[in-house]
Design a protein around this ligand. Sequence first.
Ligand code: NOJ
Length: 766
Amino acid sequence: MKWLCVVSLLSGLAISPAFAQDTSSATQGIHAQQRDAFVSNLMKQMTLQEKIGQLRLISVGPDNPKEAIREGIRQGQIGAIFNTVTRPDIRVMQDQAMQLSRLKIPLFFAYDVLHGQRTVFPISLGLAASFDLEAIALSGRVSAQEASDDGLNMTFSPMVDITRDPRWGRVSEGYGEDTWLVSKIARVMVDAYQNGDPSKPGSVMASVKHFALYGATEGGRDYNSVDMSPLRMQQDYLPPYKAAIDAGSGGVMVSLNAINGIPATANPWLLKDLLRNQWGFSGITISDHGAIKELIKHGVAQDARDAVRLAITSGVDMSMSDEYYDKYLPGLIKEGLVSESDIDRACRDVLNTKYDMGLFKDPYTHLGPVGSDPQDTNAESRLHRAEARVVARKTMVLLKNEHQTLPLHKQGTIALVGPMADSQRDVMGSWSAAGVAKQSVTLLQGMKNAVGDKAKIIYAKGANITQDKSIIDYLNLYEPAVEFDPRPAQQMIDEAVNAAKQADVVVAVVGESQGMAHEASSRADITIPQSQRDLIAALKATGKPLVLVLMNGRPLALEWESQRADAMLETWFSGTEGGNAVADVLFGDYNPSGKLPMTFPRSVGQIPMYYNHLNTGRPFNKENPGKYTSRYFDSANGPLYPFGYGLSYSSFALSDFTLSSPTMARNGKITASVTLKNTGKYDGATVVQLYIQDETATVSRPVKELRNFKKVMLKAGQAQTVELPIVEDDLKFYNAKLQWGAEPGKFNVFVGLDSDNVQQQSFTLK
Ligand code: NOJ
């Protein structure tokens, strides 16, 4: 197990190039022609009501019991289903469509498969921290394989919202703050899900979300509005969606937020001009849950009927959890407020999507023949534990390691404490799809597996996630997600302190419960709750070496903790194999190599804080701070841990940074070379990062922007020259007229092992 590598795991799950790219234009042309002919012919046979039925994406729930849904399917009133995730359940519904509906149009089945289906991988933010595109691809392939094996055809993923505000709970679902990195990952995930052809068994169609700009909700408060300049939008927030679409994402989920005053769900500029006309998207657009009705509260629709009119005419094809398309579209057409061509366009998009999913060829394509359903949907044999573990350990970020507290020795006595140390639910993170908590490995179990009888582990919970009952009630509102230990807080701390006193080292698993970093889980305070801080303070007072294992789905403000811990390991929510993976890292069976995909601020007051900011006219300068500079006077400036930061048990040094030329010609290429040396005692990997700054341009450009990176594995003492090419595209940006291009002049190039601590060279673009 120890040395399983991603490449060997990938061989069984190889990725084909993107659907949109691998097929030659001639093949694509033929596919489109055949699809067009088929769909046109089908639509000729459809009634208006049946066409509207195709626009409805329905979920089983208290308002929609199974029998009502089955009746709807038989009547041709439903186009697709979400939240039904087992083969037997899906088969029954597809049977209704195929055997009992008039035109026998197959349904498609969609679900939120964000970081795993049965096997849960680390949350997306953690995956980004691996800075390892192969590992990320592997997580996507396994997710697609398992989702397809469950009969699903589409995942509402990847979520590529750029996020610079850790108060927003949904930062856990995305890949962080950097546009370039998130765009790369967007492509990788779409390729991994669709695998060259979403109709194939083992593939699912991607539906990129949330279009658009959802990550910029004001104040980090979920569902809030977004106001943004066109320049920032084009430059920083839109590229990841575009990257997913260029990779062939078949779907786009429309976001819940308003953009500059106009809700995305009622925004023809967004859904027609930009998405269809400028970007050439030809797939399906799906509203977010309940978004159409919400147009009334947004204050742009008078009533539900008006909301339907706005959504369909703005370009929303499918209505998620539809209550109103069905009810109001016929009347709106009769009165001429919606044209039939709007319905035809949307219906065609849905049917094209089903064609691309292969459903007209074989409605049971991902289900297989009757009798082939797994006897036990949750069978162990359906999991991909080895893949989950190998990926998870790459996502851990070592934030601090004084006195070489880590790695731990597999000997003596270890006290393991903290509210998440033995929580199977929390380790999986939010949006854990069809993952089953009982199958996940907690750190307590992982450490026991690692040490066997070589060391003694004493476990104590030590604290509740929080003592604030109103927060616990909030987290448990819809499901029992957080267990609250009724014992007095001091009694729990005493128990943990007692364990610590008997131990050689203390490992405390602290942070957030999974539900604290989720949809509808924005925080005004991003520190670790007081109950856990009280525990940390008591453990610190024992004088024993203190390791904090952090579980959380957002950057936290960790200044207080960093002053007390000897070592801190960021483990995010690491999934089904999380406990084993964290133990691999704690005991040095895997040397941590992850890097932060989001800036960790010192305090909530610094937010928004991101590394690729503009310089301002009065930049803050660490060496010579001055008064009238862009700074806070009541706090140290700059982040606690910058973007790209992460330590190793070894140490690494960069030297001999050179550029192959002091000038670059148009369409030219130069190469940055730097020597990376593993100067420590452990074999290990680190990430060499390359950033670029356009020093003077017609618009202010960021102080630096990531443009390349390489994750390099080196044996202790080994050195290697790392070469990172720079091409003209890396220098391009949007100017004030929103034209994309590179301007001549001086560019600074930085290399470093994080975004802050860098070496600099320059060149001139001719
Ligand atoms: C609402 C969320 O915003 C979206 O991300 C998700 O895909 C849908 N619910 C369906 O679960």
